[in-house]
Design a protein around this ligand. Structure first.
Ligand code: ADA
Length: 891
C-alpha cells in the first residue's frame, strides 16, 4: 500500500523530502517537524517522515533534525541550520530551538517557494520571554461586579472554550517565535479551583467548572507542545463574589486592611492553583485593590509566596517555577528586595510607555523604575500595555517597533516582552470594525502585523534597516498580493501613520492611561488648560523626548525665553505631513491589490481617518495657541482669529465622522466611567466620533457666545454679572459610631493633633458639618465613614495637594481602576481650603444613593466636610491666587 502511494506521488512529479527526527524526539521537536511537514506538503512536496533509527539510507532532499544542548555555538532556544548538498541538518539547543529551526525552513519555503535552504545559519532570540496577552475581561462591568471581576464562563467568554481558535492563536505565537501566553483576569481562582475550607467560594457551576478544567488543560498542553508557557495574571486583593457575600465583605476595596481571613483564602487559592496546574506560571499585580506599599510587601511575602510554596510542597516539588511581579501600583523594587530571600525565581514587569505607545526615546522617572528593576539581575519584562492612544485604527510600523525594542534593551535593560492586543483589549477576540456582512472581525486576522512586528524585534532588534524594508515589503506584498512597489507604499503608509498618535499624545495628552482616548480628539479647554484635567505626574517626563506643552510654549514666547526640545507647533506640522504621506502612499497602492482587498480598503480608510484626525487636531492646536496668546496679550483679534480655525477643524472632524460611522462600532474598548478624557465614558457613552462631534460643535458655540460677551463688555454694553457663590446646604444623614463634628468655618480645627485652624475656605463649604480627626490615627488605620441617608447624597472629602507620605492620596485612575466608583475621580473644588501650616486641599465628592453605606478612605491625613445633596459646580476656588485660565471661554 505504502509502495503504491509513493509510486503514485512520484508519478505526479512531486519532489520527495525526507524528514528525519531523533528516535527520542521531544514533543516540541515532533511538533516542529510536523509543522515543517505540513508546509512542505502544502507547497506541493511529498514528505516522508523517518526516525533516525529507521531511516537507513534515504535518498534525495533530506532534513535531519537534532536536539542537542551541548553544542558550543548554540544558546537557549537557539538553533543552527547547515546544508551540504541534499542534506540539511537542523540542530536545536532545546525543543524550542528545534521548533524555531523548523520555522526558519517554513518561512523559507513559503517565501522563496524552493528547497534551496540556507548553507549555514546560527540564531537565537535576544529576549528570553516573548509573549502576548489575552484579557478575560469585558467592555463593561457585570451586574453586581466591579472592575476586573469576570468569572470564566461560556456566557462571559464563549471564545475561551473555542479550541480551534486557541490553536490558531497558539500557532500565531509560534509563527512569531513567541514563547509565552498570558491570561489576564481579576480573580481567576474561583473559576479554576475548589477549596476544601471555602467550598462556597467557587463562582461557577459544576458543569462550567468541568469545562474550565478541561479547556485549561487543553490550552496548557497545546501551548507546551509549541514551547509556550502559559501565565495566569491576577489582581489583589480580589475576593470571589460568593466568598465576599458569605462574609459580608466587598469583593475589592483599596482601603481595607489585610485580614487573616482574606489572606488565608488567597493563600489557599494560590496553593490550589499551583497544585492543580503545575505548568502554569503566575503574574501578580499587587494592586489595585490594595493601598500601601507596606501592605504590598506583606501580602506578597506572607500570602502569595507562601501560597506558591504550599502548592509546590503538596506536589513534592523542590524547584521554583517562575513568579512574575508587576511594578504597576506598587514599589516593585521594595517588594523584590523583601521577597528575593524567600523565593529566587522572581521576574519583574513594568509598562513600556504606560498605557499607550508614545516613544522610542523613553526617559525620566518611569525609565528609572525599569533600570532599578532590570539591575536586580532577574529577568525584567517590558509590558506594552493597553494601547489607549492607538485604539481603534490599524497600527503596524516596523520602524517604530524596532526602535522601541532597542530602547527596551538599551534604556530600560529589559530582556523580555509582554504584548497587549493593538486595540480592543476589553473586547477580545473582536476588533471594533463594522464589517459589511454584519459579522465581527477577529483581532487575530486584522492585527497580524502587530504581532509580527513585535515578535520579530523581540527576537532580534539589531537587524539592518535596509534589509528590514525588504523583509516587510515581501510580507506585505504576500498578504495583499501586491508587487514590490505597491508593498513599499503600504509599508510607507504604516510607518507614516504610525507616528501620529504617539507624537500627539506625548505632546498634548493629559495622560497615557486609558483615562484618555486620544483618537476621539481633545477639547479646546484641555489644550489651553491641561492642568485642570490633572496631567498624570511623570507622563511628560517619561513618555517622550524633552519638550514643551502648548501652554508652556506660549508662555515662553511671551516671555521671550528660549525653547527646549520637541515643540508643540512642530509636532502638529509633522503629524499633518505624516497624514498626507500616509494617504498618498496608500492611495497609490490601491489600484494594485491582488488579495485581501476588503482588508486593504479598511486599512486605507484607517489611513484617511488618521489624516483627518491629524488635520482636525492641528487646527485646534493653532486655535488654542491664539487663545493662549489672548491670555497673555489681551488682544481680542487673537480670539477672532481662533474662530475660523476651530470651524475648519470641525470640517475635518466631520469627515472623520463620516469615515468612521460605517466602519467602527467604537473607538475605545473600555466603555466605563473610568474613561474621562476627552469626556466621561459613563454607561458606554461617548465612544464614537459622531457622539463627540456634538460636544465639539457645542464648544465652538460656547466660544462664540463668550467672545461676543467679551466684546460687549469691552464696548461697555454688557453688564458684568458677578455671581455670588452660595454655601452648600448640609444633607441630613444618620451617622454610625462615635463621630466628632464641627460646623465648618474659618478658625475651626479639623485635626485634634494639629494646632492649625482653617485659615480660609471656599464659600461653598461654609456651614457644612465637618468631621474632626486625629491625623496620626488616620495614617495608621485610615478613615471609615458609616452612615444612612434617606436621599442620594454626596460626601465631600478634602485631599491635600502634596505628595508627602503623611497625606492620603487623592483618587487616581491610572493606578486604581476603581477610583471613580463613587464618581469621585475629579476634584469638584480645587484649592478650596487652607489650614494653617498645611498644604492647600481639593474637594472630591463621593456619590451615594439612599441607604446604608460604609466607606473606607485611604490611609493618611484627609478631611471630611460632611454631606450635601446639592449640585456642585466644579471650579477652582483659587485660594492659591487667581491664576487666569482660558478654559472658561469654551463652557
Ligand atoms: C489602570 C488602567 C486599567 C488597567 C490597569 C493595569 O488602572 O486604567 O485599565 O490597565 O491600569 O492593570 O495596569
Amino acid at each position: 500500500m505504502l509502495g503504491a502511494c509513493v509510486f503514485l506521488l512520484c508519478a505526479c512529479g512531486k519532489t520527495t523530502v525526507n524528514i528525519i527526527t531523533p528516535p527520542d524526539a521531544s514533543v516540541r521537536a515532533q511538533f516542529g517537524a510536523e509543522q515543517l511537514k505540513t508546509t512542505l506538503e502544502e507547497a506541493g512536496y511529498n514528505v516522508r517522515m523517518h526516525t533516525a533509527a529507521s531511516a537507513g539510507k534515504v535518498k534525495g532532499k533530506t532534513i535531519f533534525i537534532h536536539q542537542k544542548n551541548d553544542e558550543a555555538n548554540l544558546k537557549k532556544e537557539g538553533f543552527s541550520i547547515k546544508t551540504t548538498g541534499e542534506l540539511t541538518e537542523l540542530t536545536g539547543f532545546d525543543g524550542n530551538g528545534v521548533i524555531y529551526a523548523c520555522r526558519e525552513l517554513i518561512d523559507h519555503v513559503n517565501g522563496n517557494k524552493n528547497l534551496d535552504f540556507p548553507k549555514q545559519v546560527t540564531d537565537a532570540p535576544e529576549m528570553v520571554l516573548r509573549g502576548a496577552c489575552v484579557g478575560l475581561q469585558k467592555t463593561t462591568y457585570l451586574p453586581g461586579h466591579n472592575v476586573y471581576e469576570y468569572p470564566y464562563t461560556p456566557e462571559n467568554f464563549p471564545w475561551f472554550y473555542d479550541k480551534e481558535q486557541w490553536i490558531k492563536y497558539l500557532d500565531m505565537l509560534v509563527e512569531n517565535r513567541m514563547n509565552t501566553l498570558y491570561l489576564w483576569n481579576g480573580h481567576p481562582f474561583a473559576s479554576l479551583v475548589k477549596l476544601k475550607e471555602y467550598p462556597f467560594a467557587l463562582e461557577v457551576d459544576e458543569a462550567t467548572f468541568k469545562k474550565n478544567e478541561e479547556i485549561f488543560s487543553f490550552l496548557t498542553k497545546e501551548a507546551d507542545k509549541r514551547g509556550i508557557f502559559v501565565i495566569q495574571m491576577f489582581y489583589n486583593i480580589l475576593l470571589s463574589k460568593p466568598f465576599a457575600d458569605h462574609y459580608g465583605l466587598k469583593t475589592q476595596d483599596r482601603n481595607r486592611p489585610i485580614t487573616p481571613l482574606i489572606s488565608d483564602y488567597t493563600r489557599k487559592s494560590v496553593a490550589a492553583f499551583i497544585e492543580k496546574y503545575p505548568n502554569v506560571g503566575l503574574l501578580v499585580c499587587l494592586g489595585e485593590a490594595m493601598d500601601t506599599y507596606e501592605d504590598d510587601v506583606e501580602w506578597f511575602t506572607k500570602t502569595i509566596i507562601p501560597g506558591v510554596k504550599d502548592g509546590l510542597k503538596a506536589l513534592g516539588r523542590t524547584d521554583e517555577p517562575p513568579v512574575l511581579l508587576r511594578a504597576h501600583d506598587t514599589d516593585c523594587k521594595r517588594v523584590m528586595d523583601a521577597a528575593l530571600p524567600l523565593y529566587k525565581n522572581l521576574y519583574t514587569m513594568h509598562k513600556y510607555n504606560g498605557e499607550s505607545l508614545t516613544t522610542y526615546e523613553p526617559r525620566g522617572p518611569w525609565s528609572q523604575i525599569h533600570k532599578d528593576l532590570s539591575s536586580l539581575g532577574s529577568i525584567h519584562i517590558s509590558n506594552v500595555h493597553i494601547l489607549a492612544n492607538l485604539e481603534p485604527f490599524r497600527w503596524g510600523s516596523p520602524d517604530f517597533t524596532q526602535k522601541a525594542v532597542q530602547a527596551m534593551h538599551d534604556v530600560h535593560g529589559a530582556n523580555a516582552l509582554h504584548l497587549y492586543p493593538q486595540a480592543s483589549y476589553w473586547d477580545w477576540p473582536y476588533t471594533a470594525d463594522k464589517l459589511k456582512d454584519g459579522k465581527r472581525q477577529y483581532q487575530l486576522d486584522r492585527d497580524w502585523i502587530w504581532y509580527k512586528v513585535w515578535g520579530r524585534y523581540a527576537w532580534n532588534c539589531r537587524r539592518d534597516r535596509a534589509d528590514e524594508v525588504d523583509y516587510w515589503k515581501k510580507e506585505l506584498g504576500e498578504y495583499y498580493g501586491a508587487d514590490s512597489n505597491t508593498a513599499a507604499n503600504i509599508l510607507e503608509a504604516y510607518e507614516q501613520s504610525g507616528e501620529i498618535a504617539p507624537k500627539l499624545l506625548r505632546r498634548f495628552g493629559i495622560t497615557e492611561g486609558n483615562r484618555q482616548t486620544l483618537l476621539l480628539g481633545m477639547f479646546m479647554s484641555q489644550l489651553v488648560n491641561p492642568y485642570k484635567y490633572t496631567i498624570y505626574p511623570g507622563f511628560y517626563e517619561s513618555c517622550g523626548p524633552e519638550g514643551e506643552k502648548l501652554i508652556e510654549f506660549v508662555e515662553k514666547e511671551w516671555k521671550k525665553q528660549p525653547h527646549v526640545g520637541e515643540l508643540p507647533l512642530d509636532i502638529v506640522a509633522q503629524v499633518i505631513e505624516h497624514g498626507d504621506k500616509a494617504i498618498a502612499a496608500i492611495d497609490r497602492a490601491a489600484a494594485s491589490i491582488g488579495k485581501n482587498k476588503d482588508e486593504f480598503d479598511r486599512l486605507r480608510n484607517d489611513m484617511h481617518c488618521y489624516r483627518e484626525f491629524a488635520y482636525a487636531f492641528n487646527l485646534k492646536v493653532k486655535a488654542a495657541k491664539l487663545v493662549l496668546d489672548y491670555q497673555w496679550g489681551k488682544d481680542m483679534a487673537n480670539l477672532d482669529a481662533a474662530v475660523p480655525l476651530m470651524e475648519q477643524s470641525l470640517e475635518h472632524y466631520r469627515k472623520l465622522v463620516s469615515l468612521t460611522k460605517d466602519a467602527y462600532y467604537y473607538a475605545n474598548s473600555m466603555q466605563t466611567a473610568q474613561r474621562r478624557i476627552p469626556i466621561g465614558g459613563d454607561d458606554g457613552k461617548n465612544k464614537t466620533w459622531e457622539e463627540l462631534l456634538v460636544h465639539y460643535e457645542k464648544e465652538l458655540t460656547n466660544f462664540k457666545a463668550n467672545l461676543a460677551m467679551l466684546k460687549d463688555r469691552a464696548n461697555g454694553k454688557g453688564v458684568a454679572t458677578v455671581k455670588t457663590i452660595q454655601a452648600l446646604p448640609a444633607a441630613n444623614v444618620k451617622l454610625a459610631g462615635a463621630t466628632s463634628l464641627v460646623k465648618l468655618d474659618k478658625g475651626v480645627r479639623l485635626f485634634s493633633n494639629v494646632p492649625g485652624a482653617v485659615e480660609d475656605l471656599a464659600p461653598e463649604l461654609v456651614g457644612l458639618q465637618a468631621f474632626t480627626f486625629n491625623g496620626d490615627k488616620q495614617r495608621e488605620v485610615g478613615t471609615t465613614i458609616e452612615f444612612e441617608a434617606k436621599e442620594p447624597v454626596k460626601l465631600l472629602v478634602g485631599y491635600f495637594r502634596d505628595d508627602q507620605k503623611k497625606y492620603a492620596k487623592a483618587p487616581k485612575l491610572e493606578t486604581d481602576a476603581a477610583a471613580n466608583e463613587y464618581g469621585q475621580a475629579e476634584a469638584k473644588l480645587t484649592n478650596a481650603i487652607r489650614i494653617d501650616g498645611m498644604p492647600l486641599a481639593d474637594v472630591h465628592a463621593y456619590h451615594f444613593p439612599a441607604g446604608k453605606h460604609k466607606l473606607l478612605l485611604p490611609k493618611g491625613y484627609l478631611m471630611v466636610f460632611g454631606f450635601t445633596s446639592a449640585d456642585i459646580t466644579p471650579r477652582n476656588a483659587a485660594l492659591a491666587g487667581a491664576e487666569e485660565t482660558m478654559d472658561w471661554l469654551f463652557y
